[in-house]
Design a protein around this ligand. Structure first.
Ligand SMILES: Nc1ncnc2c1ncn2[C@@H]1O[C@H](COP(=O)(O)OP(=O)(O)OP(=O)(O)O)[C@@H](O)[C@H]1O
Ligand SMILES: [Mg+2]
Length: 307
């Protein structure tokens, strides 16, 4: 039986007369990893700052439950890494963690112990002795994660933890998150679906201040995957004309055709693939590729953010 850790109801934020978060509701189960995904300006950071208790909502409620009961002050239960964390460059990584731990309410002795532990966990044991000013972006982000986790929060909230990183830094942080999520409930925002798919099991898709789609990855994949055929034909006139007419076949539900490529949504992929191939062969159409499969979550994401 999964227990809810965070309940968000009708949460909204207005800046002057502009409502940028429009009464969103969702909950996060203990032990899950949820991705808040949406394009630039969707309202992800605004939402996250309200969840972390850093921004006063204009309406609605955020309730954090511990042992099934709402807590009065959720801050000790939450670890937060902002979209653009700011560090003191003259501090060493170890000094910064010690300071963060004490700030979060740990005793000096606890903070010292946890500092050593977290420097190891994020792969900064040696670098911890050096000044943060000399760290790479990936190292800073890993230090930021250690800072967000040092007081053992129940919920870790991360705002675009990998967006500013190069591929190597990105991989380091994603691998680390995969480990962290086994022990801590995680909510992180991203505008890259692939990152969400790599570590999360829940998706909250946001657009223009609203949640346009939510559910488990499995559920969304099952519910929204549709049979599609992707086709690419040769550049000759016969092939192009045939492709242009392919959208009109009775087994095609919907088609997108441009240049020599087509994406056809069909009722039955196997039948459609057979008929298309037989027809193409009899008319001497050059087929470069024919791929029968399901539409992906990427298709769904693009549809949700564009429509
Ligand atoms: N303090 C503020 N005052 C006025 N408008 C704001 C303020 N903060 C954010 N906004 C506006 O609210 C909208 C949502 O911004 P937000 O930063 O939450 O989006 P986001 O999804 O995090 O985008 P990104 O992917 O670029 O980080 C934007 O249109 C932004 O201009
Ligand atoms: Mg943002």
């Amino acid at each position: 039986m999964t227990r809810e850790l965070l309940q968000v109801k009708g949460l909204s934020k207005r800046f002057k007369d502009r409502e940028v978060v429009k009464g969103i509701s969702f909950s996060i189960a203990e032990g899950s990893c949820a991705a808040l995904i949406g394009p630039n300006g969707a309202g992800k950071t605004t939402t996250i700052r309200m969840l972390a208790g850093l921004l006063q909502p204009s309406g609605g409620s955020v309730v954090l439950l511990a042992e099934g009961r709402p807590v009065a002050d959720p801050r000790p239960y939450i670890g937060y890494l902002p979209q653009m964390p700011v560090f003191y460059p003259w501090m060493t990584g170890a000094e910064f963690l010690l300071y963060s731990g004490e700030l979060a309410g740990l005793t000096r002795r606890e903070a010292t112990r946890e500092t050593g532990k977290w420097l190891d966990a994020v792969g900064l044991r040696d670098a911890g002795k050096r000044r943060i000013g000399g760290y790479s972006g990936g190292m800073k982000q890993r230090l930021g994660l250690a800072q967000a986790l040092i007081h053992r929060p129940r919920l870790l909230i991360l705002d675009e933890p990998v967006s500013a990183l190069d591929p190597a830094g990105r991989k380091d942080v994603l691998t680390l998150l995969q480990r962290i999520r086994l022990e801590t409930t995680v909510l992180f925002s991203t505008h890259v679906l692939h990152d969400a798919e790599e570590i999360c099991d829940e998706i909250l898709m946001m657009r223009e201040g609203e949640i346009v789609l939510q559910g488990s990855l499995d559920h969304l994949r099952r519910t929204y995957s549709e049979p599609v055929i992707r086709l690419e034909v040769g550049g000759d006139e016969v092939s192009r004309a045939w492709l242009a007419a392919a959208g009109g076949k009775d087994f095609v539900v919907q088609s997108e055709i441009s240049g020599g490529r087509a994406k056809l949504r069909v009722a039955d992929v196997e039948r459609a693939a057979l008929e298309l191939m037989a027809d193409a062969v009899s008319r001497r159409v050059t087929i470069r590729t024919l791929e029968a499969g399901q539409s992906t979550l990427e298709d769904l994401f693009l549809k949700a953010v564009r429509s």
